[in-house]
Write a protein that binds this ligand. Sequence first.
Ligand code: NDP
Length: 449
Amino acid sequence: MSFKSEYLARVYDSVCKRNANEPEFLQAVKEVLESLEPVVAKRPDLEKNGILERLVEPERGIQFRVSWVDDNGNVQVNRGYRYQFNSAIGPYKGGIRLHPSVNASVIKFLGFEQIFKNSLTGLPIGGGKGGSDFDPKGKSDNEIMRFCQSFMTELAKHIGADTDVPAGDIGTGAREIGYMYGQYKRIRNEFTGVLTGKGISYGGSLARTEATGFGVCYFTAEMLKAAGKSFEGKNVVVSGSGNVAIYAAVKTTALGGKVIAMSDSSGYVYDPNGINIDVMKQIKEVERARISEYAKRVPGSTFTEGCKNIWTVKCDIALPCATQNEIDEESAKTLVANGCFAVAEGANMPSTPEAVAVFQSNGVLFAPAKAANAGGVATSALEMSQNSMRYSWTFEEVDQKLHGIMVNIYKNAAAAAKEYGMEGNLVAGANIAGFLKVADAMKWQGVAY
Ligand code: NDP
């Protein structure tokens, strides 16, 4: 056990015992607790109030059956989850992931991380996450609709605009949110901001689609600026080609960087002339086709099978925007050897702890997911504000607020790292800054709430 503090060691030990079969959740908890060493040393009130013991236990977890009928008339059964992790500073908020790899461990790791990320945005949102092991790939529109309706029929009992406000994540985009929102409205007869990521015609916020990817770049630009660098003229590798990856690529290009490679779960494309975003959007957003199509359409580009190999492409800046644990130690070493000097996480926990250690020990500027990808949930909170006001801001207004929020997250994370003796360590800084606000709210609200 690597903890110096007896309190942290005890809390982590009990988390391991209670959640022995949940490696992703344990990985996320360990990373946060390790960052809190200097905080617990200064703040004995945390132990007195049992803050960490409470923080690592979700306030509520729901697991439910999602049955639906496929196009051949066969009954299919999936498993649905919603973990309402922490409501100390606002209604639970976090996405819904639809992917065959979803299980309790994955949803709990995401819900736990969401607490700190949401706190970092400075907006009043608690932490939660949900999902299902349903695989949207290859399903017809009607099958997606029937699944989403069945999923929401149960979830509707547990959420609400002032209780828990889910959003999109892997496999859940505007189409799925639309079907879920329609079902919620049918069941509850309420037009409220119960989900975010909605279509613009029924309460969605302009710039929400772009927000996570744009936010990653705003954060990265701030981190680069502090080191006397910028995106200008840099070669950038962006993994994934979903919502986060596409808009990270759009903003990287707008800030003067050149995106030379992108991937999906089948492999990656390399384009030395810079990825043509319009072609990529057509293939992934409109046609929902495989990324290998890109190489067939754009002369000079190549497709290589195997998504992990994207990290062998020589670059200055890496933006992992696909999924958890996609950069392992070996990939991190390859990136460093190839001269990569900055990594910003668009996906949630895309770097293994060993990979993070490689980046930090080699002086790579490293932006952790909690901070770097918080722009999506921040803009979701702006969507909630607009829904409550029954009013909409323009794209420019939302984008400007998003930019301000990302700059503040960078400043707060950097300041917290410095205050606790770990200058430049944004992993620790983000964890500490996000934690302190939630810890104080929990303390002042008493134990039995
Ligand atoms: P999408 O479903 O839109 O895209 C996911 C992308 O990642 C696809 O290109 C997908 O490829 C690829 N991918 C999925 N699983 C794997 C895998 N095992 N190996 C390699 N590639 C994979 O999801 P998002 O863009 O919304 O989310 C991406 C990440 O960002 C997730 O970690 C999510 O939690 C995080 N995030 C998303 C936010 C948002 O606003 N959307 C907000 C904050 C974080 P394929 O098409 O082949 O499946």
